[in-house]
Design a protein around this ligand. Sequence first.
Ligand SMILES: Cc1cc2nc3c(=O)[nH]c(=O)nc-3n(C[C@H](O)[C@H](O)[C@H](O)COP(=O)(O)OP(=O)(O)OC[C@H]3O[C@@H](n4cnc5c(N)ncnc54)[C@H](O)[C@@H]3O)c2cc1C
Length: 431
Amino acid sequence: MPTSASPYWWEQAPRLHLEAPTLAQSVDVAVIGAGYSGLCAALVLARAGVTVAVFEAGALGCGASTLNGGMVGPSFHKLGVAGLKKKFGAERSNAILKESINFVDFIEEFLRVEKIDAEFSRVGRFRGALKLQHFDAMARELEILQRAIGVQGEMIAKAEQTRETGSSLFHGGVVYQQDGGLHPAKYHDGLVLRAREAGVSIFPDTAVVSLEKKGSDYKLHTARGDIVASQIAVCTNGYTGKITPRLRRRVLPIRSAMIATQPLAPELIKHLMPQGRLYGDSRRLVAYYRPSPDGTRILFGGRAANLKDNPEANTRELRASMVQVYPELAQVSISHVWSGLVAYTFDHVPHLGQLTGGSMDGIFYAMGYCGSGVARASYFGTKLGHKILGADAGKTAFDDLQFATHLLYNGNPWFMPTVLGWHRWADKLGL
Ligand SMILES: Cc1cc2nc3c(=O)[nH]c(=O)nc-3n(C[C@H](O)[C@H](O)[C@H](O)COP(=O)(O)OP(=O)(O)OC[C@H]3O[C@@H](n4cnc5c(N)ncnc54)[C@H](O)[C@@H]3O)c2cc1C
């Protein structure tokens, strides 16, 4: 077992302990969830002079926003450009692609303007092809993306891949030059402080336990007492719970886990990750890896063993996955293991907007980042803030997409272990 079942990121950025302010009787906007989405929305609102209270069920940063791999990219559709087009038509999918390619610029500019030192760096991303067919498919996709939206990328043939990776598992791969890495917990801390400075009231350890519509307002019952809000923004992503059943039925929570190695010899890291980029590959069950921002360790992530946190099983599976890519790490000890929840959607795109009708009429939401939410959650949270203000700046190509559920899905993803098990098995067989 690793020496710590706590996130590596929290070692350099210990969790902030803020005193919760006194709960007011009413507020203009109540935001549920203090991750990137909720805090970005709150920041926009507070700066426009609106009173905002952000409620967080746990400690600050207990959600995915301090637990992730810190990999920032445009996050294209899981089914590729073709899948996006098939789902939304040529015009809408082009608009979505155009907006998505700017996500990394958005984060970079946001951090610069807000003076948040999150150790952001445009290191680029290498994605290895496990099979020759995968390499060909990557080349086709890159060409489409270059033509459609000017993605900066390069195919790396197997014969040349040692300049990108020390792994011999791949049949070449693709480099996306625009992607960047950051320190997720430092970013989150910076957001918390900016939101507080802007006048947002942040309530850690304050779960919203139920909601009810009262005329044109909402009454929230929280762990600290009741409050009336003119508007509500639900920013709970993978942690979306029973208080918002309509949203819960639209997202599939999946646990993602990471491990950190003990500090490694600089020459070894240089050999395995020569350009110090972000890394991934073409397997079905996603795996993502990178050097720590200080370049001393390797951080390796993937799907967790199951929906409940199981540090021992996660360490075992991630270590095996890491050693498959880098056999040199077989004897290296693991210092940290941690995990958190992400939210998938039935159409593989994130959603934001306002619910209409029923007991949740008028409630705003942003969620469903499908495992790629560092940039998306920040961007969607910002857009959501503008939407609540009724400003044009809230418009996005993701507006008015039907946020679908499945007839038989009530928010309990009982079938996910079987689905993930199938993908795990298919990866093993190289299907
Ligand atoms: C291990 C891991 C690795 C990842 N790696 C990457 C990566 O490299 N790149 C990338 O782009 N994305 C990555 N992600 C995904 C990314 O972290 C998330 O998509 C993003 O942080 C979502 O932000 P959020 O604010 O919407 O949700 P969160 O940060 O999850 O915040 C939601 C919050 O809502 C709170 N909440 C829920 N219900 C209530 C309630 N009733 N009352 C009060 N509070 C409530 C929860 O406690 C939680 O803190 C990763 C995620 C994980 C877990």
